[in-house]
Design a protein around this ligand. Structure first.
Ligand code: ADP
Length: 529
């Protein structure tokens, strides 16, 4: 089956999940649904094939957020051509001038924060407070990274020879393909887009099929801020469009965030044509609650870490490794708190946990809940159900779910579930907890609750992850620190911080010999004077 057909089937399957808003809505509602366009070479254009797909509200699939171009290889080729054409002009624009435009972008994002947050909640479900945080992260990233327009530091170095100068400077990579997931629909594209632009690259951005609107908002704001035509291009669509970007010979770098499975496909496509590839993928993050921890604080952190964004964060606290001395107390309080969480439409300010993203996610998460129930010893303490009646009838709602007495090697303690499901695992000694924490294929985020500074530093040192938190949960990264993970989480790159500049620029070593003679490094000896 072609990628395009698969994409259409995936969309159809979503609609057919017993809540088939798409098939039953009136022609009146159909007419009021807005059709959006791709942004290519500074123009808003339909896909070459004129086909579109629907973006549905996961809290109520009868609510169609909009129709978006179902882009194909042809659309991607046009976007790449536009980005290639704009490349030289943008590269030659001084970095501080590029940054001025980005600061203007930051101002626009601030002005529209509330509107963007509401639209994001509507297209992907997380509660308004969190979508406000998502937009804020894009704002923070914009301001922090635009500041690099006046730094983008290289360095000078002594040379081996007299009358010779040596230095390293950054140069843009060229044309970048940015492929984004749906769980941070503005923050993650901004993490990629802003550093790419400040470094002098042009881009083709493909947002996830579930959240095209938030990326479109970001790109529209770029246009308004004065980013020149062709520098930023947006193509919406499914895996077919992503693969077309990944495989395009003129795209020098792919920055991908998404599932481990797709990341592997992206990596091998990049390897085939020697493209640079930065991957950010899964996690199976852990909170360790030591015997001296403040239990109430740890419970509060676990609830936020496990059920924020309905557990759909690559940094979600999906394993809670708890000292046996506080295990009973911790699990009792955790289960009480999980049962009390108000589930509903994220646009209602009272809601604490929204829906999951789509029917595929429901299927996968419910499958893991079944696996957990089948696994020996693990006890389902609360949740475990999909909610399908009343206000939940047309959405993808799953109860916050807690398994206790989980063994570290069980599937629910090893595999990324990406939903509101967490596994509580007991331990005796901190070193045992650290072994459990490190005993998964991923290495994104880990956290330790303890009042003992010695234990905290010991754990920080031993945990093999890209991020460690002490006395707060596994989520909550800030944009000025590097973000990324070890092992199967990534391929060694870090986004955010100034480290992201090493993805979007390449080093150029420059030697200036002003001796007016041939001086051969490693060969000619220079006597001390
Ligand atoms: P998820 O399973 O969470 O939806 P994916 O890894 O499938 O995560 O998707 C992340 C992003 O990768 C999305 O924008 C998606 O459209 C895109 N994508 C999916 N398949 C491919 C592919 N074969 N090549 C490139 N991008 C892809």
């Amino acid at each position: 089956m072609s990628q395009a057909r698969k994409a259409l089937n995936k969309n159809a399957k979503r609609g057919a999940n017993g809540n088939n808003g798409g098939a039953t809505r009136s022609s009146q509602a159909r007419a009021s649904v807005k059709t959006y366009r791709n942004y290519i070479g500074g123009e808003w254009v339909a896909s070459a094939g004129q086909e579109t797909f629907e973006n549905k509200n996961p809290a109520n699939t009868r609510d169609i957020v909009g129709r978006f171009p179902l882009s194909t290889e042809e659309d991607v080729a046009r976007a790449v051509d536009a980005a290639a054409e704009a490349s030289r002009g943008w590269r030659l624009t001084p970095a501080p001038r590029r940054a001025e435009i980005l600061f203007r972008l930051g101002e626009i994002l601030i002005r529209r924060k509330e509107q963007y947050a509401q639209e994001m909640t509507r297209e992907m479900g997380k509660v308004l407070k969190e979508t406000g945080g998502d937009v804020q992260e894009a704002i923070d990233c914009t301001y922090f990274t635009a500041g690099e327009g006046r730094r983008l530091h290289g360095y000078t170095s002594p040379a081996e020879m007299p009358d010779k100068f040596a230095m390293c400077v950054r140069q843009p990579v060229g044309l970048c393909g940015l492929i984004a997931p749906w769980n941070f629909p503005m923050a993650i594209p901004s993490w990629k887009l802003i550093p790419a632009l400040v470094c002098g690259n042009t881009v083709v951005l493909k947002p996830a099929e579930d959240t095209p609107l938030s990326s479109l908002n970001l790109v529209e704001a770029c246009e308004e801020a004065g980013v020149p035509k062709g520098v930023v291009n947006l193509v919406t669509g499914f895996g077919e469009a992503g693969a077309a970007i990944t495989n395009h010979k003129d795209v020098r770098l792919i920055s991908f965030t998404g599932s481990t499975e797709t990341g592997r496909i992206v990596a091998s496509a990049c390897a085939d044509r020697n493209a640079i590839c930065s991957l950010e993928m899964g996690g199976k993050n852990v909170i360790i609650v030591h015997e001296d921890a403040e239990v109430d604080l740890a419970v509060e952190g676990a609830v936020w870490g496990a059920f924020g964004t309905s557990g759909q964060r690559c940094t979600a606290s999906s394993r809670l490794v708890v000292h046996k001395k506080v295990y009973k107390q911790f699990t009792k309080k955790l289960v009480e708190r999980a049962r009390e969480l108000r589930i509903g439409d994220g646009s209602d300010p009272q809601t604490e946990m929204g829906p999951v993203i789509n029917a595929d996610a429901v299927h996968k998460i419910m499958g893991y809940i079944e696996v957990g129930q089948r696994e020996d010893h693990a006890k389902l303490q609360c949740g475990g159900n999909r909610l399908t009646t009343g206000e939940y009838a047309h959405g993808y709602f799953i109860e916050p779910t807690v398994f206790t007495d989980v063994a570290p090697d069980m599937r629910i303690a090893q595999e990324e579930i990406f939903g509101p499901v967490t596994a509580v695992i007991p331990f005796d000694t901190l070193d045992e907890a650290i072994e459990i924490a490190n005993g998964v294929r991923y290495g994104l985020s880990a956290s330790v609750y303890t009042k003992d500074v010695n234990l905290a530093f010991h754990a920080m040192n031993e945990l093999y992850t890209g991020i460690v938190y002490i006395n707060s949960p596994t989520i909550g990264a800030e944009v000025h620190l590097p973000f990324g993970g070890t092992k199967a989480t990534g391929n060694g790159h870090r986004e955010a911080g100034t480290q992201v500049l090493d993805i979007f620029s390449e080093w150029k070593s420059v030697y200036v010999d002003y001796s007016s003679k041939l001086q051969r490094a490693q060969i000619d000896s220079v006597e001390p004077q």
